[in-house]
Design a protein around this ligand. Sequence first.
Ligand code: ADP
Ligand code: MG
Length: 243
Amino acid sequence: MTMIKVEHLKKSFGKKEVLKDISANVEKGKVISIIGPSGSGKSTFLRCLNVLETPTSGKIIFDGQDLTHISEKELDILREKMGMVFQSFNLFPNMNVVENVKLAPMKVKGVSEEEAEKQALELLDKVGLKDRAKQYPSSLSGGQQQRVAIARALAMDPEVMLFDEPTSALDPEMVGEVLKTMQDLADSGMTMVIVTHEMGFAREVSDEVWFMADGYLQEQGSPEQIFENPQTPRAKDFLSKVL
Ligand code: ADP
Ligand code: MG
């Protein structure tokens, strides 16, 4: 089953065309890693998927609706079903960990505080941080903060999780714990689209790897296909530098 269908997506900023006709499908339950050089449009693509950036043209079809042609109100409802995790964790500094996680379900979904707290603690347990529930973000390591950010996104019970370089801002010794959390999520059957420079992770965990360069989705394939037998000169060149 297709969860997100991207049709002829283009995105320009002023005169600069950043995405140049991208069509692709995200199938339910699949883990997709997007790799490619800096500036190739990976973040813009991810942000177009949940219409944080408005595409210049093309369609994003999610849950049977074209996100580029619906009202802001309908869009807000669909966006709740797409969790997003960024390089910077963006936790609310004035709230403790469990408050960070339970806020959106209470505010946006109208879940009772008691129920939201219970769910938040379960999610914190999942990401290995239940014992930190009452601590403030500033007292946590970067890796722990990112795991809280993942729990916070999961609290909205999303259908798909989008990750934009979730480990790029972390000290090397903290990358593993975040990747482990993501691996667990993948194992649980979550649909995931992950922009990453962690090639080992992309290879291990992904069902599909998409290679982006110059605003095009240049290659899509299994990790074996992309990493062992890239077809385009652009992908061959990129992989020769990063592997
Ligand atoms: P990547 O994530 O692959 O590094 P980005 O999607 O961040 O690439 O950026 C692709 C190109 O789009 C870059 O040249 C970047 O400068 C440009 N770009 C991204 N966001 C904006 C914006 N809001 N305004 C103008 N240019 C942008
Ligand atoms: Mg980026």
